[in-house]
Design a protein around this ligand. Sequence first.
Ligand code: GLA
Length: 374
Amino acid sequence: MIQYKPPLGWNSWNFFGANISEKTVTETADAMVATGLKAAGYEYIIIDDGWQAMQRDGNGRLAADRAKFPSGIKAVSDYVHEKGLKFGLYSCAGLRTCANYPGSYDYEYVDAETFSEWGVDYLKYDFCHFPVYDHEQCWLFFRRMGAALAGCGRPILFAACNWGINGAEKWMKTSGATTWRSTLDIVDTWESVKSIALAQEDIQPYNGLGCFNDLDMLTVGMNGCGNVGVTGCTETEYRTQISFWALMNSPLIIGADIRNIDFGSLQMLKNRMLLEINQDPAGRQPFMTNRHSEHPVWTRLLDNGDYAIGCFNFTDSPSCDPILLPDYGLAKACGRYMVLTDVWTGEKFEVRDVFCRSVAPHGVNLYRGEIKNV
Ligand code: GLA
């Protein structure tokens, strides 16, 4: 199944790890509606690793851990669908998953059938415990699951997750994946966000419509709690994270416990201008208009001719990188200027030539720029 916009949703891993249950997942589906996140566009409720029984059942099928999911996965999937949401599940290309539950290696077709019967709409497909002797040809196994999903009789979004290794950006799209994880695992620290962001430049040519790079689940709103909580980030750092992810066409998959999320984080996740940039129907690749890797200015041309422009600062002191109209082909002679709207404050700025505004340490100024006739 192909989807022409980065998926928006929630995933259990960042906050709950393998410590998940039917109760947590159904309450999260309720919270998705009650918090207004569903109305804002978030639609997938994804159960990550740890839902499985330790062994396959007597028919060689994956089965749920009955203590965690007493009603079974199909019942949870039905519950999620009744809320008008979509249901996601996790498996792995290896013999076991990363948390050591049964993997789908050599069971791809039978597992795709099971997922289809359970009403799965999204499969996150991981890469742990993959046999060493097959490593050189790991794409064959992603292709096999991709083909199994494509033929299983139900549209299931294939979210491939091999952490961007083995040159995944060059071949993952061939497997039928709609998204491909381009990074190692995120944790809820500034250093983690920074290292993911700074590793994106060379792979952007492989990102875009129909196969989006996945920068991993957001940590916005975790505030240092939960499975990958560690230290947490500041509000400025969370704003930088979600701005970067949105501008890079990354899926925005919430990792926080949305049943108990703080008001500020919720508002951040629901920012309409930000989501419109992320979900822009053109899905074009972002590009850098300066060459300073630690305070990059990233830009993306949007479907209606506007530009999304993010001035990021990954250093510890204020920065000020100019937005230069000639970088957008707007030399004086073309008789155009740009009006920037700050996505986070709503402020508007007219740019006739050069525009420079200080960016806080670890911060971002994110704009939507409209080109106007002089
Ligand atoms: C890997 C993935 C994570 C998560 C865990 C689950 O580390 O990259 O996103 O799915 O496995 O075990």
